[in-house]
Write a protein that binds this ligand. Structure first.
Ligand code: HAM
Length: 428
């Protein structure tokens, strides 16, 4: 029988690398949690129409990359290609926007895009995202950008760049669009590109081909055609970013792959990831909520690629979540010792201590090998002799020291030693 394989373009994570994946995901959401963003668990599939209307029919994501299927009741559903439209639907459906504003939410999980798989480009991709809905305060834009920046920084990443621009609003974008189309109509472009210039002229700025880029010298940019309100807004966002110590590069040609963006728009790229360098992106979407049937609320958010952030960490030689998976490893020699250590493991886990033991009734040598392999800094050795005398041996593996202590104090002793190691680590 043929061997089964995971579907093409779907990365899987398992130990030891899964520890790094989990550590990255945790680091990406931590700044948002510290800023009062609440967690939202969203459906992995939604009405197809939500994405068509929310993300935009002309985008590659909607026109070429959606996993759409009919359910048994004949409804058209789509595996979510991104998270923002679903969060808007949730906020509208449950009336979250009737309470305190802005509504601040974060989410994490898999998203699905039928892209051509390559290194860092997957069909099932993982994101951690945030959305802040119901305020157009520029300080909120700066907060959202800074949360992403802090997430990357907290992982130790250094070789990434924040690209920032403003895409204007319903007031100033149409005029700019016409100006851009006039400019593009004077260029020598192939048929497909001409068509793109008609439907979505901003996308032409993103064309990677040399002969197109050469002709784009002197192309008008949105940031230079902002209305007074958008211009003031963008200035205020940048001033707040300075206060927050976030550094960025002005990116007037920045084009995002989703249609809903207005005003502040940004992308983070990593220098060592080659073609798939985008590790996160986001921006404001002031018309999105209304376009899918909700109130006139503005909003801003980002999505960070968890898979790509892990690749970026690895490219920089960082090891998120590195270190042993347990703090204590137990070595039982004999059946009475084993019963005691089974009980010790249960009791210590209830106290929040990470602890494992040697299974399979191995002799001392084999069990000590398992202890070594676990990487646990503390090893508890208990034989029937110790059971008789009411003692236990604790080995400190790094210091190569061991102590025999009364069994009655083993819980306290282990807990204290683990806490002490943790505080030493934090102090470093
Ligand atoms: P996005 O730029 O399409 O934005 O995706 C965000 C991030 O997800 C990208 O920067 C990238 O790191 C990762 N990503 C996207 N596609 C793939 C893929 N095929 N393989 C691996 N990683 C990928 C959004 O999805 C918006 N919803 C972000 C947002 C939230 N804007 C406002 N709020």
């Amino acid at each position: 029988m043929a061997m089964f394989q995971a579907p093409k373009g779907v990365p899987e994570y398992f130990p030891p690398r899964a520890n790094a994946f989990l550590a990255v995901r945790q680091a990406l959401s931590r700044p948002a949690e510290l800023a009062g963003y609440g967690y939202a668990e969203l459906p992995v599939f939604e009405d197809t129409a939500l994405f068509v209307r929310g993300v935009g029919e002309s985008t590659d994501v909607v026109s070429k990359e959606m996993y759409t299927f009919e359910d048994r009741g004949g409804r058209s559903l789509t595996l979510r290609p991104e998270g923002t439209a679903g969060v808007m639907r949730l906020v509208i459906e449950h009336g979250l926007d009737k309470g305190q504003l802005p509504v601040k939410l974060w989410y994490a999980g898999p998203f699905f895009r039928a892209e051509r798989p390559q290194h860092g480009r997957y069909r099932q991709l993982q994101q951690v995202g945030v959305e802040a809905i119901g305020s157009d305060d520029p300080a909120l834009d700066a907060e959202v950008v800074a949360l992403a920046d802090e997430a990357f920084r907290s992982l130790g990443l250094a070789q990434y760049t924040l690209h920032l621009t403003s895409l204007g609003c319903a007031e100033c974008r149409p005029g700019y669009r016409a100006t851009l189309q006039r400019f593009l109509s004077t260029l020598e472009l192939d048929e497909a590109t001409r068509e793109r210039a008609e439907v979505n002229p901003m996308r032409v700025l993103d064309d990677k081909r040399d002969d197109v880029q050469r002709q784009l010298v002197g192309v008008p940019y949105m940031v230079d055609h902002l209305c007074a309100a958008c211009s003031d807004h963008y200035d205020a966002v940048r001033a707040a970013l300075v206060i927050l110590g976030v550094r960025w590069t002005e990116a007037p040609a920045l084009v995002r792959g989703l249609d809903y963006y207005t005003r502040t728009t940004f992308e983070f790229s990593h220098a060592l990831l080659g073609a798939q360098s985008g590790i996160g992106g986001g921006g404001r979407y002031d018309g999105l909520m209304e376009s899918i049937g909700g109130g006139k609320h503005s909003g801003i958010g980002f999505g960070i690629g968890t898979d790509r952030t892990l690749l970026a960490c690895e490219a920089e030689g960082l090891e998120p979540g590195a270190g042993p998976s347990v703090d204590v490893f137990c070595v039982p020699i004999g059946s009475r010792a084993k019963d005691r250590l089974v009980g010790l493991c249960g009791a210590m886990r209830a106290r929040g201590v990470r602890i494992d033991m040697a299974f399979g009734d191995r002799a001392l040598k084999g069990a000590m090998k398992a202890a070594d392999r676990s990487g646990a800094p503390l090893v508890v050795v208990l034989g029937d002799d110790e059971v008789d005398t009411g003692t236990v041996v604790i080995k400190d593996m790094a210091a190569r020291e061991q102590a025999t202590i009364p069994w009655d104090s083993v819980h306290e002793e282990l807990q204290q030693r683990v806490l002490q190691r943790a505080s030493e680590r934090n102090a470093r």
